[in-house]
Design a protein around this ligand. Structure first.
Ligand code: 16G
Length: 245
């Protein structure tokens, strides 16, 4: 079956620009599961021939869907239908590890990172005395360059030498310092994204988000991190295995 048999063809009475029409066909095909998660999208030049449009039109259509997180590009392999990320709610993994496990490449953009002293809320969350040093890391987290989450972490000062110790992964740095959390408590809540957060994630203001607060602890019970992660509601499923223990 050809791609256009699968997702449909242009309607002659549709006045919308062709790239938007192609985008809509692919978007609908994904929503209606005519295209499955992980399925490959044909190369640009094949689509251009099949739909009788320029390669620029195809590139624009596909580019928009990649930006929206519906398609994902893998270097050297092509373009694929992106799956929603299924994240285990019971595993103490990092964002970088979660993405690597799905064959996606994690990256971050710093909003800010700074050393400071604990504020009253952090002091409660981390069980630290007033005046205790902390390190704060605020990041936009992406998978295959598509923004997926905003993350605001406060780490107890005794866990890392400095903010510069953290490169791409906070847990990698904590691991290297021998202070990766061994236990964590998490709380999950639905939140709409405010205008500023929505802009950083490239979603509409008011779009649904999932806020997860993680309190991470060392084996000896001392606190490591208090992190608020705001995940895109349209990209994540949280799954947990339950047993009758
Ligand atoms: C995850 C954790 C977050 C942790 C981060 C480290 C959840 C809900 N949150 O996003 O607490 O700080 O990973 O990721 O899973 P990194 O090592 O890639 O920086």
């Amino acid at each position: 079956m050809s791609f256009s048999d699968q997702v449909g063809r242009f309607r002659t009475d549709n006045p919308a620009p062709l790239y938007l029409q192609l985008q809509q066909l692919i978007r609908d095909a994904i929503t209606n599961q005519l295209l499955a998660q992980g399925e490959a999208i044909p190369p640009e030049r094949d689509l251009a021939i099949e739909y009788d449009v320029s390669r620029i039109t195809v590139r624009k259509a596909i580019g928009g869907l990649v930006e929206d997180g519906l398609l994902t590009r893998r270097r050297g392999a092509g373009t694929f239908v992106a799956g929603r990320v299924e994240k285990s709610f019971s595993k103490l993994s990092s964002f970088t590890e979660d993405m690597a496990a799905r064959g996606r490449v994690a990256s971050s953009r710093w909003i800010s990172r700074a050393a400071g002293t604990v504020d009253p809320e952090e002091s409660m969350a981390l069980g630290l005395s007033p005046g205790a040093p902390v390190l704060r890391f605020h990041r936009i987290r992406s998978a295959d360059d598509v923004p997926m989450a905003l993350e605001y972490s406060t780490v107890a000062g005794y866990c890392l030498a400095s903010v510069e110790a953290v490169g791409d992964s906070l847990y990698e740095a904590l691991d290297a310092a021998g202070n990766r959390p061994a236990r964590a408590l998490q709380r999950l809540r639905a939140v709409p994204f405010g205008p500023e957060q929505a802009k950083m994630l490239g979603v509409d203001a008011g779009a649904p988000g999932l806020l997860i607060e993680r309190h991470g602890f060392l084996r000896d019970g001392r606190a490591v991190e208090f992190t608020r992660s705001y995940y895109r509601g349209d990209a994540y499923d949280f799954v947990a295995e339950l047993t009758d223990l």
